[in-house]
Write a protein that binds this ligand. Structure first.
Ligand SMILES: Nc1nc2c(ncn2[C@@H]2O[C@H](COP(=O)(O)OP(=O)(O)OP(=O)(O)O)[C@@H](O)[C@H]2O)c(=O)[nH]1
Ligand SMILES: [Mg+2]
Length: 258
């Protein structure tokens, strides 16, 4: 399978690490990050908000060491004085909630690159709208890992999330992709905890389908990017371990051919 990046005017090797661009997904073009993580999940689950929180936590922490807080914001916007970031997902303005934002529903595939432990990680934001879910496959097919975001405060829609997660895993079984489920909106009082979310999605059974690619669930909230980053580190470690396992298996197969 060829590499997978996009055709975009922002396809610039010198682009800032926290950048947002609208992308058309095609194969066989050059990669711009070390890892590609596809963020999937139902609409309103919080994918875009989580990505924004990661990008902005990076932005604010790197500001302290660099330019005092006036450059490098997603979408090329200035984010001085804690101003709400510009929406990356459509042309509409985002409403702000304190330092957080309320993004409009994502209508196209978007890309942000962040640095985690010196690795360039591409966070690919997909629309969760039912009509757009068929596009997930196009991107997951090119990704190195999957982040499936679940709205833990919306138990009524967990069965739909389960169906979409199982469908995606079934369709892409051959790809053998490590999967991180984020039980999001843990800041909401009524939110289901991670154990209940894991049970409702029947992750134990799903594990037998994804094996040897691991799948796990972690708590998240857009107000806690540190936890989200820790969860992503688990996913990156899983991606690297699985690649080593596949390489070792390949070498064993080569030896067996002699
Ligand atoms: N309380 C709380 N609200 C959240 C959290 N994450 C997202 N939200 C809110 O949930 C709503 C949907 O968030 P989005 O980030 O747009 O969700 P999405 O998954 O990107 O939705 P689509 O783009 O439609 O697929 C917004 O009103 C957010 O402010 C969270 O961790 N806690
Ligand atoms: Mg979105």
């Amino acid at each position: 399978m060829g590499g997978c990046t996009s055709t975009t005017a922002a396809e610039d090797p010198a682009a800032p690490t926290a950048s947002t661009s609208q992308r058309k997904w095609t194969r066989n073009s050059k990669k711009r990050a070390d890892f590609q993580l596809a963020f999937l999940g139902l609409d309103q689950g919080g994918k875009t908000s989580l990505i924004h929180s990661l990008v902005y936590s990076q932005h604010y922490s790197s500001d302290a060491a660099s330019d005092g807080g006036t450059s490098g914001a997603p979408g090329g916007e200035t984010a001085a004085s804690g101003a709400a970031p510009a929406p990356s997902s459509s042309d509409e303005p985002a409403a702000s909630v304190g330092r957080a934002i309320v993004p409009p529903p994502t209508s196209t595939i978007l890309s942000n690159v962040v640095l985690i432990e010196d690795e360039r990680i591409e966070l690919i934001d997909l629309p969760g709208d039912p009509k757009e879910r068929r596009r997930w496959e196009e991107v997951v097919d090119c990704a190195t890992g999957v982040v499936f975001v679940v709205d833990s405060a919306d138990p009524m829609r967990i069965p739909v999330a389960k169906r979409e997660l199982w469908n995606m895993v079934n369709r892409l079984r051959d790809k053998c992709l490590p999967t991180l489920v984020l039980a999001n909106k843990q800041d909401v009082d009524r939110a289901m905890d991670v154990h209940n979310v894991a049970g409702a999605l029947d992750l134990l059974s799903l594990r037998s389908l994804t094996d040897p690619a691991p799948i796990t669930v972690r708590a998240s909230s857009m107000f806690n990017p540190t936890d989200t980053k820790q969860a992503l580190k688990w996913l990156l470690t899983a991606v690297v371990s699985l690649a080593s396992l596949k390489k070792a298996e390949g070498e064993m197969d080569d030896l067996a051919d002699f």
